[in-house]
Ligand binder design. Structure first.
Ligand SMILES: Nc1ncnc2c1ncn2[C@@H]1O[C@H](COP(=O)(O)OP(=O)(O)OP(=O)(O)O)[C@@H](O)[C@H]1O
Ligand SMILES: Nc1ccn([C@@H]2O[C@H](COP(=O)(O)O)[C@@H](O)[C@H]2O)c(=O)n1
Length: 418
């Protein structure tokens, strides 16, 4: 832990900081203070005289970091004085994988900054937090950053100038996607659940259900067809019709054996939640293999869902903020059985909402987000289309259920010689 902290601080001046002020990111860096220098204006949304702080979560224990970050907003909001504004913040080393740390930027009105300061000093001594205070003492052009506890052991406060920085080419969250949001091997996902054992007792039950190891191995005897798509695009309707039309086995994903634990893991931060869903795919792969010795297999969601939802959630903004097509984040895990065909159902947004209203079932939090956040929906859809090995085939789910079925049967006959 001490070594990671030292390395974090020794690269501090190479870091870029991103604060979401009024919904748009402001990027800045810090460097040694030079007296009398006029640094350019950085915090446009911050008034002269405001007192600001940043609180970043850091710990060498990634499970602890993830859970602490997930609770941090509520903990801060529960104890900070009224009038203190919180904005999401992160810090990263440009182009350095896994260098992203996350937290919040706090703006306190000057009269109430002392209680905030006391609270944050208290937090920084007890919790895996790195707190900085920001001042514009001279005029409203020059901002400085001071690290707590003071980095220089001789007691001299480490004061750095805040200077604007260019927006990175890739969304900063891309740096930590691999093996934190999307897992590309059984071992990597399993390692997260093993690490959770002492804080989430249910993790042991999930680990017991897993195959002893995973490998993609040879092609199944009968074709395996996966149906993907956002909620209410018609996956259940189509997969049931395909099962009946082809005399196939129908497998849900996540697999039924994980149902008792799903709600529990849905409450966890992305690192743990995504590892749970990733492992579900390896159980589904074993079930596919067994069923495909007897008949064709239809699967409702699989790896495309796991990866596309994870990528769409980790990033923000329009689909152009996603890693470019061909990026390694869209690759298929080398040890996960590949289906013969993946069909993604797409549906006009208004028609999808109409079907959701008609169905009037309870929505999960992520489904509600899909509804409320148009950009999130676009990111997930775009990520679906960028995933490779196998790539998905898009089918318009707008026509009647029977027309969609006929269209997919044609595809299956063409691609799987069924
Ligand atoms: N082609 C279609 N035309 C009109 N309505 C449809 C069609 N396909 C499905 N529906 C209806 O739309 C609603 C959503 O369909 P369905 O439950 O099959 O979607 P889903 O993708 O499985 O959803 P979820 O992922 O949320 O479980 C249902 O009420 C269903 O009857
Ligand atoms: N293989 C899978 C299957 C599902 N998910 C996640 O589940 C949510 C959608 O599932 P529904 O049962 O509501 O259709 C969504 O959050 C997916 O991320 C998954 O990750 N992998």
């Amino acid at each position: 832990m001490a070594r990671r902290a030292a390395s974090l601080l020794s690269h501090w001046s190479s870091r870029v900081f991103s604060v979401e002020l009024d919904g748009a990111p402001t990027y800045f860096a810090v460097r040694e203070k030079r007296r009398g220098e006029d640094a350019p204006r950085v915090f446009d949304a911050v008034r002269r005289g405001d007192r600001c702080f940043s609180v970043l979560v850091w710990s060498s224990d990634r499970v602890r970091s993830a859970r602490f970050h997930a609770q941090l907003k509520d903990r801060l909001l529960g104890r900070l004085p009224a009038g203190c504004r919180l904005s999401p913040m992160s810090s990263f080393l440009p182009n350095v994988r896994d260098s992203l740390i996350k937290g919040y930027f706090l703006k306190a009105d000057s009269p109430s900054s002392s209680p905030t300061e006391r609270l944050l000093r208290d937090f920084s001594q007890r919790d895996p937090l790195l707190v900085c205070s920001y001042l514009n003492p001279d005029n409203d052009q020059v901002w400085t950053q001071q690290l707590w506890p003071d980095a220089d052991r001789d007691g001299t406060p480490r004061v750095l100038y805040v200077v604007p920085s260019e927006a990175p080419q890739e969304h900063p969250s891309t740096l930590n996607l691999i093996n934190s949001d999307v897992f590309y091997s059984f071992e990597e996902a399993q390692a997260v659940l093993k690490q959770c054992g002492d804080i989430i007792p249910e993790a042991a039950s999930v680990l017991e259900l897993l195959p002893s190891r995973a490998e993609a191995r040879s092609e199944p005897d009968f074709p395996v067809i996966v149906v993907e798509g956002l909620d209410a695009t018609g996956k259940t309707t189509l997969t049931q019709a395909l099962r009946d039309a082809l005399g196939a086995a129908l497998l849900p994903s996540p697999p039924r054996c994980l149902s008792p634990w799903r709600a529990r893991f849905d409450q966890e931060p992305p690192l743990i939640r995504r590892a749970f869903y990733a492992l579900g795919n390896y159980i589904t792969a074993e079930n596919m293999r067994q069923e495909a010795t007897k008949a064709p297999v239809i699967v409702d969601r699989y790896w495309h869902s796991t990866a596309a939802y994870a990528i769409g959630t980790a990033l923000s903004g329009p689909p152009s903020s996603l890693p470019a097509e061909g990026s390694e984040v869209y690759r298929w895990p080398g040890d996960l059985l590949q289906p013969s065909l993946v069909v993604v159902l797409t549906l006009d947004g208004e028609e999808r909402k109409r079907r959701l209203r008609n169905r009037a079932q309870g929505e999960t939090e992520e489904e509600q987000q899909l509804d409320h956040n148009h950009l999130f929906r676009l990111r997930v859809e775009e990520a679906y289309h960028r995933i490779r090995g196998p790539a998905c085939v898009t089918v318009d789910a707008g026509p009647s259920a029977d027309q969609v079925l006929q269209q997919v049967l044609l595809l299956i006959r063409d691609k799987c010689q069924l």
